[in-house]
Design a protein around this ligand. Sequence first.
Ligand SMILES: [Ca+2]
Length: 309
Amino acid sequence: MSTKGFMPIGVSGVLDVSAPVKRQKGRRTGLVLLAGVCVGAVAVCAVLMPLVYFTLADLQTKVDKLSNDQVQQALKSHGYSAVVATDSLGERVDFQTAYGNGDRPRRDAGAGVRPPPPPPRTGAVYVRWGRESCASDIETLYKGVVGGGHYSHHGGGGNYQCLPLEDVEWDKPQAGYQHGSYMYGAEYQSGNAQFSTDNMPGGITNPVNYDIPCAVCHVVGRFAHVMIPARLSCPQGWSKEYSGYLMSSHHSHQSNKDFICVDGAPNLVQGSATDQNGALLYLVEAQCGSLPNGPYVNGYELTCVVCTK
Ligand SMILES: [Ca+2]
């Protein structure tokens, strides 16, 4: 039996016994190249991975520092003195405020930076002239009596003061008079027909010659206050604290005083009806011509209101 049909035949038709050897060599070369590529890839990865890792770590540190700087600035803009500590992963933020009341250090697990705490609540302060205490829902800082310079003196203080009656404190006082500026108690000198008698001691209807109480009031949560002359009500959105009459010193007296708003239903200091004539308060009347005639009327007693918001 002939084997001729099973022999490889070359292009030229001549038998090619070297073809299997060439294919084996080609496979070997391919395997070598593949192994070389793999070894090269591993080597490149080994070099690049540490570089990528250290670059990312450096980037994270810069982001943390930037966040801390922003928080510090935000806290300072709110009036806080703050210490912010953040680790390299941004997992811890502590706040310590200058107030030190209720702002404990906090741990923030993974959330990064917390917003700064809100500022403590506070509010407006005003004097309620003519009343011995503030409204029941408002803090009375202290109660007192009205004082000022003497009505017949040229100099001295030009404004009325609310002098406390309790916890008066002195520092190196000298007996006798050495200095020339004086504080007198104040009396109502007019207002018999205007002031309400609702808050006057029993049976008294005329406040003239009585000493004038006052209270300093702190209203929490409303931050501005204004006294508006010639009004009994507040602008929309404002809260009325009290209303009454504008009072000041007499035009013919030597001592000028500020205008103050005295409560329209005043208290009187009990047992103070003696006519001492120290600092004096008079109702204030409108003078038209200089003031526009229309809203204002000659001789009318000016009202006033104290508002907060
Ligand atoms: Ca009048």
